[in-house]
Ligand binder design. Structure first.
Ligand SMILES: Cc1ncc(COP(=O)(O)O)c(C=O)c1O
Length: 424
């Protein structure tokens, strides 16, 4: 106790003051300086626009519950019943048994074999952080898609690791190119992140591309991380192939969760599935277990929503897809009719990543767009993009009338920009 007394902290025997800091201002970590989350960072600009009297149309956050989608009642009831039944204490660190079983069965239906571990987390976000933290040492790197979901780069910065971008091919429907990925692998590369279906492009990857990526995993002794959080929201008649299903013997961590297709992003329930040859992943599995234990557990009562979500009535999904398909078709045709904007048609999820032919940066374009029109989209640079290109990401979750208004404003804004001298 004595060592922590205020006197010693202040370094002035006899003085009782706690105000004088020896070190001056508190210096944040270098890792925190790298933290960016453009999806929420734009809200500050949106707030200024609101204060200036603009009506805000938020097209930045991928939360269906902000629009005309609602949580299936049986998912809410299962959670409520779990609470009433007293499941309000800590849960096992890997998750409750019935949830783990349901996730295993669901993964089996996606063709994933050789499952060595399933762990339930606070959103798939936590599964991603734990899986990466259990693998990487400072100075290691991971190959991450560009554009891609920004959490990966932020997590890597936290761990003192590098995200090496591999560029998705806009001219090829935003598919990855395994040959380009191969060129980025070096002695410190530990794994490859695949986001399929992709956020922010909405692309669904072909079997050929996925097989090409798995060849690299095998050849270079890597771990594949496959983020499949949108796998049940495919809008076109094409399969969303689970990466792990193509290579039961290779180490793959598959991420998924309830947030998107089951309409409970606020429940914070996700999971990781570790598959591969048992003896090759045993140490890694143990490391994940340790990481899970130190953070105690994921939300307990909400875990009882997992089995009903995955196994009971799936009736909300077809109408959700139908609604999203109509909205996707609308924004696809409207975006592509705006001079200076072109968009690869998203095949899944609820995001579009249109390209801008502009003289300024996407950041400047988006900031001015929000201030002048109140339409809130996210600059493409927040997700990564090929140098020399500019994009923005928008969600197409809102009802058609709102999307029409938003795209009318974007079109008028883009036109006014071009008349001010932006290039074709
Ligand atoms: C590709 C991708 N992965 C992971 C997440 C995180 O989802 P959650 O933590 O809600 O499961 C998101 C959220 O938008 C996402 O788009």
């Amino acid at each position: 106790m004595k060592a922590n007394s205020p006197k010693e902290v202040a370094g002035q025997p006899g003085s009782s003051t706690l105000t004088a800091g020896v070190a001056g201002s508190v210096k944040p970590s270098r890792g925190s300086a790298e933290m960016r989350y453009a999806i929420r960072d734009v809200l500050q600009v949106a707030q200024q626009a609101r204060e200036a009297g603009k009506r805000i149309i938020p097209l930045n956050i991928g939360d269906p519950l902000q629009f005309d989608f609602s949580t299936p009642v049986h998912i809410i009831e299962a959670t409520y019943q779990a609470m009433l039944a007293g499941r309000n204490g800590y849960a096992p660190s890997s998750g409750v048994g019935e949830a783990i079983e349901a996730i295993r069965d669901d993964a089996g239906r996606q063709g994933i074999e050789n499952i060595q571990d399933v762990f339930v987390t606070s959103g798939s976000s936590e599964a991603i952080e734990i899986a990466l933290a259990s693998l990487l040492n400072p100075g290691d790197n991971l190959l991450i898609p560009s554009p891609g979901y920004p959490l990966y780069e932020a997590a890597l910065a936290k761990f003192g690791c590098e995200g090496v971008p591999y560029y998705l091919q806009e001219s090829n429907g935003w598919q990855p190119d395994p040959d380009e990925i191969a060129r980025s692998i070096n002695g410190r590369t530990r794994g490859i992140v695949v986001i399929n279906p992709n956020n922010p492009t909405g692309a669904v990857y072909s079997r050929e591309v996925l097989s090409g990526i798995l060849e690299l995993v095998a050849r270079h002794g890597l771990v594949a991380f496959s983020d499949e959080i949108y796998s049940k929201l495919v809008l076109d008649p094409i399969p969303a192939i689970s990466l792990a299903s193509l290579a039961p013997e290779l180490p793959v961590v598959t991420f998924n969760g309830l947030s998107k297709a089951y309409l409970v992003p606020g429940f914070r329930i996700g999971w990781g599935i570790l598959s591969g040859e048992g003896k090759n992943v045993a140490d890694y599995q143990e490391a994940i277990g340790k990481m899970l234990r130190v953070r105690l557990c994921a939300n307990h009562p909400q875990q009882f929503a997992i089995r009903p979500a995955l196994e009971a009535d799936q009736g909300h999904i077809p109408p959700m897809i139908e609604k999203l398909r109509r909205r996707r078709d609308l924004i696809d045709s409207l975006l592509n009719s705006i001079p200076g904007i072109s968009c690869v048609r998203p095949q899944a999820a609820f995001y579009a990543f249109p390209r801008l032919e502009i003289a300024e940066t996407d950041h400047e374009f988006v900031t001015d767009l929000i201030q002048e029109t109140g339409v809130v989209v996210v600059p493409g640079s927040g997700f990564g993009q090929q140098p020399g290109t500019n994009h923005f990401r928008m969600v197409f979750l809102p009802p058609e009338e709102t999307l029409r208004q938003a795209l009318h404003s974007i079109g008028a804004f883009a036109k006014s920009r071009r008349s001010l001298g932006c290039r074709e």
